[in-house]
Design a protein around this ligand. Sequence first.
Ligand code: FES
Length: 229
Amino acid sequence: MMEEEAMNPNEPLAPGAEIAAESTAEQPQNPAEAAHSRRAFLFKLAVALNGAVGALLAVPIIGYLLGPAFSKRANQSAWIHLGRVEDFPQGQIRLASFRNPATTHWDGETGDIPCWVRRISGNSFQVFAINCAHLGCPVRWFPQSRLFLCPCHGGVYYEDGSRASGPPQRGLFQYAHKVVNGNLMIYAGKMPTLAAPYAQPPLTQIQPSSATANGAKSIAVHDASGRNA
Ligand code: FES
């Protein structure tokens, strides 16, 4: 058995032994201190992980809340080309459709909006929203009777869009339109809602026709607020 040499404190340490002695002196010797630093590290790690998860969850919520304020689609209405004037025969009503500028590419076919175009003569048009003024079902045009009929509850409209009979209390909505270089354009996009009741410019609405003395119908055109257009 080898006997351990007793160390003389006054004896100088060898260079390697000196460094080892210093690094040993830096190690926390107290187990309570070591446990405390481990707890502190785990606490910081937990805070960092919770922060990262919270940030991930907050992104969609913040996007939902602030998105409308930064939306590039703030003005969701625009003038839209509906077709050439000659695409619509005089005295007839044709179905047309346009891409709603208020939609996004993931809206698919739901962004294609049909409408009824009535060419009265020359550049004189009416463009009707397809939705019934009662509860919004798409109305159909029947050229034989020259009436728009709603399949849902039997709403009936004359060819000028005014109400003929049934549950609707008013006529069909109309789009603002204009003819530019032989092209029929309509102003469409964001529809009126309770929060923003008036589209700009407002859709017009045809009121019931009143028969005149000579039997001709007079057409009263009103905007969405009920004022004469
Ligand atoms: Fe057209 Fe009711 S939705 S009559």
